[in-house]
Design a binder for this molecule. Sequence first.
Ligand SMILES: Cc1nn(C)c(C)c1/N=N/c1ccc(/C=C/C(=O)NO)cc1
Ligand SMILES: [Zn+2]
Length: 369
Amino acid sequence: MTTGYLWNTLYGWVDTGTGSLAAANLAERMQPISHHLAHSDTKRRFHELVSVSGLRDNLVDVVARPATDADILRVHTEEHLSIIKEISARPTGGIAGDGVTMLGNGGLDIALLSAGGAIELVKQVVAGELRNGYALVNPPGHHAPRNQAMGFCIFNNTSVAAAYARNVLGLDRVAIVDWDVHHGNGTQDIWWTDPSVLTISIHQHLCFPANMGFVTERGEGDGHGYNLNIPLPPGSGNAAYQHAFERVVIPALEAYRPQLIIVGSGFDASILDPLARMMVTAAGFRKLARMVIDCADRICGGKIACVQEGGYSPHYLPFCGLAVIEELAEVRLLDDPYQGFISTMGGDTLQQHEREWIENAAVLVKDIT
Ligand SMILES: Cc1nn(C)c(C)c1/N=N/c1ccc(/C=C/C(=O)NO)cc1
Ligand SMILES: [Zn+2]
């Protein structure tokens, strides 16, 4: 069976403006810069490495189609969609939602193609046309709740795809495993009362958004127990992430038995990422992918759809992403050229405080039935 790969040139055209995180602003002495921290070049470089490394020759191209309004409205409000349409139609776009999320002119079309790309991959994995796959979409989605854009996210791509799998493809149980380093607050919001989608977010505690992502946030009503937050302390590396997957993520998936696993695949937990303080390496991401792939083989016929979330190191994200896709496709082409440099920095030994953080989440798995 084959591994699918989805990219569209327009994902590299996302306009993040002239700011570096917030917009350039002379009064605040925030001078313009060529590359915003979320500049689409980082993900384009990932795509180019997939091609130039020869990995793409082992993959089946999946063509992105724009999500329809109906696809978006399964998880977002009419108001949110209409605000995005209005900003996208402005000659130079504007700022959406949280006051920092830039949407360029025509940004609606790319955001619909991003959510639609996630749908297309899920469609082909669920149909059994692909064993698994990677949708290298942009803009990301996991910070977008039902009613707004947030944290560079316009539409919640993984949730749009999960809702499609539930409502159109007829699946009863879908799991979203979000290993992006920031809390998947949008995904949590969307599925808060709904046990048919198990939402798991493993993230640096309180990195972003502020004051969210606590282990005590478990869902409400029928959804109680089906939102699992695994906050980790800054400095967590390969050992902590692997232990968290062994003790929490994999047991939760085994208990829930989803028919499809969607991975919110951000690489901003990497040791070279500027927007967080974790220490995961390409080898670490490869190991996490291996654990989820083996689990999927045991519980849902290997059905995994990875959907790109964040990641801000143009230097290192491509190699972290390549490692995950190599694992999905079960080929080994490139070694991590940064390994020698980063291998002595730490993160490969589980620390006692990391173990304790992880146990705080592990005790909650028993409530997943
Ligand atoms: C600046 C600023 N100023 N203000 C008021 C706000 C709300 C600001 N947002 N900062 C951000 C926005 C997004 C991220 C990470 C996104 C990601 O990768 N998610 O996976 C981090 C910091
Ligand atoms: Zn992130």
